[in-house]
Design a protein around this ligand. Structure first.
Ligand SMILES: Nc1ncnc2c1ncn2[C@@H]1O[C@H](COP(=O)(O)OP(=O)(O)OP(=O)(O)O)[C@@H](O)[C@H]1O
Ligand SMILES: [Mg+2]
Length: 374
């Protein structure tokens, strides 16, 4: 561990406290023990003045643990709380993580696990992301009704833009039923809900620590697992997360569905570009026209909104030029209909641009990525 760490231990279980202390002694060159006490209250002010990087918090009772974690993270927003408990119940564990703990150690604390959790916390410290002036571009893929391939395009565009090491975030803001997890075959411990329930701690370090990098390149932030948590996310919280993402990443790709209101308006306000996804069928085009004019009336029109036609068949009854005429707008990018390729990519949990770069869909996405960069 290279970073100099300051640590506070709050644990009424003497055995657990001693075991943590004995492991920490091995790192005395890089760790400063700022305090070791039995109860949270007795060390509340000490923790605050010492501004520790890590707090080991013993949890005897989940409810009390949740309150302590919330109070700790409010007082010391930069501290990573590692909860130590005998609680084996998954619900209890999840509740502590949701309250803001970054790691969970089951008692009796295993020395290796403890080292791993410290290493993880030290990586967050040493890999402190650079926070630049807001210069990243937010590109939102949107269709109000769904089923147009919005997630397919978002996941592939993010992977295409991340090629060559460009820093890209992929954010699932389809709060009611997100799919990014499934498309990339990931099961992140932390979600957008971990950010919004700890919004007062929000900074670049914290945000990066809850995002997972997918092997296809982008860092992902998905919708909350818990439906109640998703409902309680506010437009202001979404805006704060967006503005911080813009400072960390070169491109932020957002998967967005649902009505023209609430959090979605926050997303549009933050977006440099909204790619409205549609297909060439009469009912879809009718709805697309309705929504594009409603968006324009709310100030989301002009150059910031572009049309992406998915599942395009060159021989379809409705041609691209017909759609352009009806909608009074040029098609920015058409993406061909290749069901077998797209389904194979979803089933393998890997974006098509990585799995089958020569597929016509991959080529169209590459060209969309070039347009976006241009
Ligand atoms: N270019 C394409 N060619 C063929 N099939 C496609 C294409 N794009 C998407 N699909 C198919 O359409 C289905 C829906 O795609 P996707 O989940 O990306 O849409 P969505 O708009 O995000 O839907 P939801 O409303 O569920 O969020 C997928 O199962 C996929 O197989
Ligand atoms: Mg979707």
């Amino acid at each position: 561990m290279t970073a100099q760490f300051s640590i506070v231990i709050i644990d009424q279980n003497k055995v657990s406290r001693e075991s943590i202390l004995s492991t920490l002694r091995g790192y005395s060159d890089s760790i400063t023990l700022a305090g070791s006490v039995e109860h949270f209250t007795s060390n509340a002010s000490a923790a605050q003045t010492q501004a520790p990087n890590v707090v080991f918090l013993g949890v005897e009772n989940v409810q009390q643990g949740i309150e302590d974690i919330r109070a700790l993270t409010a007082r010391c927003p930069r501290a990573s709380v590692i909860a130590c408990s005998s609680e084996k119940n998954v619900e209890g564990f999840l509740a502590l993580m949701r309250a803001g703990a970054v790691e969970y150690l089951l008692r009796p604390v295993d020395q290796d696990e403890l080292k791993q959790s410290l290493l993880k916390a030290s990586r967050f410290l040493s890999a402190a992301p650079e926070v630049a002036a807001p210069s990243g571009e937010i590109i939102t893929l949107y269709n109000p009704i769904g089923g147009m391939g919005t997630t397919t395009i978002a996941v592939n565009l993010a992977a295409a833009l991340a090629d060559g090491g460009t820093k890209v975030a992929l954010v699932d803001l389809n709060l009611e039923a997100g799919d990014v997890n499934t498309f990339l075959n990931v099961n992140p411990t932390y979600t957008l809900g971990s950010v919004t329930t700890n919004i007062e701690r929000l900074d670049a370090n914290f945000l990066m620590s809850v995002m997972t990098r997918h092997s296809s390149g982008p860092y992902i932030l998905t919708e909350p697992l818990d439906v109640d948590e998703a409902v309680s996310i506010t437009p202001e919280q979404v805006q704060r997360v967006m503005e911080l993402l813009r400072r960390i990443f070169r491109y932020v790709i957002v998967d967005c569905v649902g009505q023209l209101g609430g959090c979605n308006l926050s997303i549009f306000r933050s977006s440099n570009l909204v790619l409205f996804t549609t297909t060439l069928s009469l009912p879809t085009l009718k709805n697309t026209k309705r929504y594009l004019s409603a968006m324009a009336a709310k100030g989301f029109g002009g150059d910031r909104v572009k049309l992406v036609v998915n599942r395009h068949l060159p021989k379809s009854d409705i041609q691209l030029k017909d759609a352009e005429k009806v909608l009074g707008m040029q098609v920015y990018q058409a993406i061909p209909n290749e069901y077998a390729d797209v389904v194979a990519s979803i089933n393998k949990g890997m974006p098509l641009v990585k799995l089958l770069p020569r597929s016509p869909v991959s080529k169209a996405i590459q060209s969309l990525a070039e347009r976006v960069k241009g």
